[in-house]
Structure formats: structure tokens, C-alpha cells
Design a protein. Structure first.
Length: 185
């Protein structure tokens, strides 16, 4: 990775692949089209970062974000750009959002699923990793971040603190994250 790209706004002109449910590219769309309610399927990547204590790192989304501003969310999440593969997108997003170079962690694919809300439909590639070092949240895309005990995450569910997408994902992540579990990466 070279320099860290610090994103300060969502640019509606960015290009994303349109994919079928198996992840095969069938077209392309702009960021604006991906979020305009037509629900054309596009891929995204998420990395959930656990520490060795079983706590889960969450980012506090920036207030300027067009989707779920000012909420706590997955350590890293972002779109796959047109012409980019999933692993390249993951490495780029992780570096941009938490400053972690790809040679510092080992991502484990946990699940792929389709997420849909009123404005979009995404093919989500969910990864986990374990990391105990320092993280450097983007000062522009986030309002910081911290490791949360799983009990605090459970207590926050349904209280408009966490993003709905994160709440959906954490339900299948928590059993794998209990201390002493060998299912974490």
C-alpha cells in the first residue's frame, strides 16, 4: 500500500460492478445508481476485527456519510470498485478505514449473503480476523473507533446505536467470537 486515501465525501460518480447472486459481473453502475432505490446488486466487503480477549472493534461512522451516519458499525466496510477483486477491495478498505496494512492480518471469509434495505441491495463478503495491535481509524470517514465487549454489543442491539446491517451480521458472528472459540481467525 502506498499513501492512505482519506475519503471526505461520497462521490456519486464512483463506478461499481453490478453482479448476479453468485458474484459474477453482469454490468456496472455509479455509486449514485447503487443507492437510488433500484436495488441493482453490487458487492461490498466487511472485515470484523476481534482482539484476543474476544472483543470486537467497531468504527463510529462519520456524520457526513449518506448511509447510516453517526452510528457504530463494522470495523471496515466498503464497496468493491469496478475492475477490482474482492480481496483487493478488502485490503484497500481496511487500509483506508483503520490503517491496517494487508500483511498485518489474515482475513477469514465467514459468510457471503445478500443485504437489502429501502435504497440498495448488496452482495456482502464478510471476513473476520484477530488483531491485538494499534488501529488507526480514518479521521475523515470515522469519528474514531474502539473494541467493544460482546456484552455491550448485545445491550446496544435495537437501540439505534449500531447500523442495522451490523446488527444482522453480529448475530452470526457472536457465537464464533466467544472467548476461547477456535472459530475466530
Amino acid at each position: 500500500m502506498n499513501s492512505r486515501n482519506l475519503v471526505t465525501s461520497d462521490k456519486g460518480t464512483e463506478l461499481f460492478p453490478e453482479v448476479d447472486e453468485a458474484g459474477n459481473v453482469v454490468g456496472q453502475m455509479s455509486r449514485a445508481e447503487a443507492h437510488d432505490g433500484t436495488k441493482r446488486l453490487h458487492p461490498v466487503v466487511h472485515l470484523h476485527v476481534f482482539n484476543s480477549e474476544g472483543e470486537l472493534y467497531l468504527q463510529h461512522r462519520a456524520k457526513w456519510k449518506s448511509v447510516q451516519p453517526d452510528k457504530w458499525d463494522t470495523a471496515t466496510g466498503g464497496h468493491v470498485d469496478l475492475g477490482e477483486d474482492v480481496m483487493t477491495a478488502l485490503a484497500r478498505e481496511v487500509y483506508e478505514e483503520i490503517g491496517l496494512a494487508s500483511d498485518c492480518y489474515i482475513p477469514k471469509l465467514v459468510k457471503t449473503y445478500i443485504y437489502e434495505n429501502n435504497i440498495e441491495r448488496e452482495l456482502v463478503y464478510v471476513f473476520t480476523t484477530e488483531y491485538d495491535g494499534e488501529l488507526f481509524p480514518s479521521p475523515t470517514e470515522t469519528q474514531g473507533g474502539k473494541f467493544w465487549p460482546l456484552s455491550d454489543i448485545r445491550a446496544a442491539i435495537g437501540k439505534n446505536i449500531l447500523t442495522p446491517m451490523f446488527e444482522k451480521e453480529v448475530l452470526f458472528l457472536i457465537p464464533a467470537a466467544e472467548p476461547g472459540s477456535k472459530n475466530r481467525s
